[in-house]
Design a protein around this ligand. Structure first.
Ligand SMILES: [Zn+2]
Length: 185
């Protein structure tokens, strides 16, 4: 059987697909892709209501609206009135928005480059992107989301952000199994 090659969406290295896993681990940058039905499932991360992280956004920039990605039934859409910010569901047509909240969504994206360039074009110049996702560590076992297909290292994410024109503003504890960062366009 001839091996099939695939290009790593993070670093561009050529990798051989492991047919049994229907995926691969990049030999160069350690990004990992699995077919979703192979994902372990269970051990889901509770996204939580990251109120502290919302406060972080305010510290960087005074905003009154945050656009929420793929969060149709999210609790964030129903924040109490006294909260100084409103969450609005993000659609593909939105442009020039001040901030995008992308919680646990990157692990499921088929096309990673397209994801980052879409975010870039949806944000206004100076706009903020909040990202959270589980990341792989050598020492700490990171959680797997049910149906997850992309498994990143935190280095992978820093590289992708830089490659797509984002600047890192803030990041929570670099050794945590869930990466939480705010980047700016
Ligand atoms: Zn790679």
């Amino acid at each position: 059987m001839n091996p099939s090659f695939v290009t790593c969406p993070v670093c561009g290295a050529q990798n051989i697909i492991n047919r049994r896993l229907a995926g691969y681990i990049c030999h160069f940058c350690h990004f990992e892709r699995r077919a979703s039905h192979e994902a372990e499932g269970g051990g889901a991360v509770s996204a939580g209501k990251s109120f502290q992280d919302i406060a972080r956004l305010f510290k960087i920039k005074d905003i009154s609206e945050i656009y929420l990605e793929a969060g149709g039934d999210s609790d964030l859409l129903h924040l109490p009135d006294e909260y100084p910010v409103k969450f609005i569901p993000l659609s593909h047509d939105h442009r020039q928005v001040p901030a995008i909240w992308s919680e646990m969504s990157l692990p499921f994206q088929e096309n990673i480059a397209e994801y980052f360039s879409r975010k870039y074009h949806q944000l206004a110049p100076g706009g903020l992107l909040y990202l959270s996702l589980p990341v792989k560590h050598r020492l700490v076992k990171s959680p797997t989301l049910p149906g997850q297909i992309n498994f990143f290292t935190s280095k992978n994410i820093m590289f992708l952000l830089e490659q797509h024109g984002f600047k890192l503003h803030w990041r929570r504890n670099r050794f945590a199994p869930v990466l939480r960062i705010i980047a700016g366009r």
